[in-house]
Design a protein around this ligand. Structure first.
Ligand code: K1U
Ligand code: ZN
Length: 174
């Protein structure tokens, strides 16, 4: 397995709509495994292929609690087939916008159809953190970041803070 580099905003590759996967091949299975390893190493609960510079409709998640066994989920070509009318506003972060957070409103529950790593069609019904994470990751497949859900003013502030943090890291040799 290999650790992949996670792109950071404002990298233009994060704004591209990802392409569907035609067949779940060994190459896709390797990508899924590498993405999971990269996600765990970065202490995230989700990761989408565009975040590692691969414009394919592939994502991984593990929303297990700290005291639970790992629950890795690998999704290829995910599609939301139902969403609840009830919405919920919660704070989000993103591995591509390190240390930046904002409240985002999304449907509370969703049903998602996808292909697993064997190419078998499955449906997952998600609520809580899993519902938030899968919607956040599916946004990445459309080239959408959590900051695209908030006001232009807040978005500008977050992107400016990110630029400042990058300059500071560069200057201090990190
Ligand atoms: O896509 C990403 O950048 C990963 C991101 C996904 C996410 C999940 C849930 C809410 C917002 C964003 C993260 O993993 S954020 C960091 C994280 O580890 C975390 C977030 C919420 C609860 C617990 C952990
Ligand atoms: Zn993200």
């Amino acid at each position: 397995m290999a650790l992949l580099t996670i792109l950071e905003a404002p990298d233009p590759r994060l704004k591209v709509k990802a392409e569907p996967v035609e067949t779940v091949t060994d190459e896709i299975r390797t990508l899924l495994d590498d993405m999971l390893e990269t996600m765990y190493e970065a202490h995230g609960v989700g990761l989408a292929a565009p975040q590692v510079a691969v414009a394919k409709r592939v994502l991984v998640m593990d929303c297990a609690g700290k005291d639970e066994d790992p629950q890795p989920i690998k999704l290829v070509n995910p599609e939301v087939i139902w969403e609840s009318d009830e919405e919920i506003c919660q704070e989000e972060g993103c591995l591509s916008l390190p240390e930046q957070y904002s409240d985002v409103t999304r449907p509370e529950r969703v049903k998602v159809r996808f292909l697993d790593e064997t190419g078998t069609e499955r449906v997952v019904e998600a609520d809580g953190l899993l519902a938030r994470c899968v919607q956040h990751e599916m946004d990445h497949l459309e080239g959408v970041l959590f900051v695209d859900h908030i006001s232009a003013l807040k978005r500008k502030m977050i992107l400016r803070r990110l630029q400042k943090a990058k300059k500071f890291k560069k200057a201090s040799g990190e």
